[in-house]
Design a protein around this ligand. Sequence first.
Ligand code: PHE
Length: 465
Amino acid sequence: METQTKQRNSFTSSIGFVLAAAGSAVGLGNIWRFPYLAAKDGGGLFLLVYLVLALTFGFALLITEVAIGRKTQESPLTAYSKINKKWGFLGIFSFVVPFIIYPYYCVIGGWVMKYMFCYLAFQGQVAVSDGFFTGFITSQWQPIFYCAIFAILCFIIVYKGVEHGIERYSKILMPILVVIVVFIAIYALFISHTDENGVTRTGLQGAAVYFIPNFEGLTIKKFLLIILDAMGQLFYSLSIAMGIMIAYGSYMKKDENLNKSVNQIEIFDTGVAILAGMMIIPAVFAFSGKEGMSAGPGLMFITLPKVFNSLGKFGDFIGLIFFVMVMFAALTSAVSILEAITSSMIDKFKWSRRRSAFIMAVSTFVVSVIVCLGYNVFYFDLKLPNGSVGQILDILDYASNNILMPIVGLLTCILIGWIAKPKTTIDEITLNGEKFVRKTLYVVMIKFVAPILLFIILLTGIGII
Ligand code: PHE
């Protein structure tokens, strides 16, 4: 045990850990999903609900996972059995989740890469043409090619290890990401657009739609739906229940203040989500009014290029830095998923990092190729329990986010709240005598509130509610 602890990779500094974990948390979810949900769910009202849940529910789950990682010094596959011998099966679950997510995350990473190259080659106008996005994802080789480049980048970073790969790149990419988001968010406020009906809308009006709570037509049922949306988003956004925070927690030094670092990760993740809303909602509002916001997943790849295009030459530049920023966000998130499965293999089978990273990268790439082919060779439509229709990518996304992740989260709460008892994680959080201000809140959350909420998310996922 002693030698294993010594040999284990670790982050060199607390800021290194925070930026790497924030790198994982800040991803596509913050950039397109959060703004889209906020616009759909009454602007400021969604923000308020989200913030309250982040400080309570999200905080409890995040700190639990980081503490499990640091306490056991193990990656997800083996960590749970160290907490309780009979709970090793939960480790298998939290290995399977990132193994399912990673392949399709790389496919979307490849799409982002394609757009980034488009803007780099001054081809922003091409991205606007009708059918560009569909044409691209349904073509046979291109998506596989871009996905491969993205996956190779992730592989290189993970292969280099925690300190020289993940920590080093997060320290470079994350600050650049923040600067770009702030810049575009400020720029978006000054956009003004007159449509063909002569109606002029400004970015500032869009910001008002975003921040001012809209209680119009609010019913109890609708309010509950907003809470559900916020909870699902929070869960995904903080990268919880997929083993990642356990893996990263296991690389955190014992003398660092765990509570403080977790607070910083939360502030970072929520801050970027709110800023992403400030960047996207005003811009889309100015161009297509409130209806434009309901574009959902197509928002980033179809609506936004149109917005950039109508900004003239400067729009090409904004488009370029926007996709560079999204690229960074996607890369640091994907790296964290690959790390979760790679480190699991290292700890379980005592493989070398190189061997483990290679085998994981290759096996997940095979799945990525199948996901890409889901838009042509293997095309089919499947109706999901929430009523939407999807292809292979959507099915994997749905199975992991709406079913498997709530199960892992729920079981983690039962394990820590009831079997091993909250003292297990609290002792780790206060290891160096730190004050744990939200301790009572934490216990109530992990024992009662979080499991109930997770159970409701799970029921909705399965389609029972
Ligand atoms: N937290 C990331 C986001 O907000 C999503 C993510 C998913 C990260 C899977 C890692 C793994 O986009």
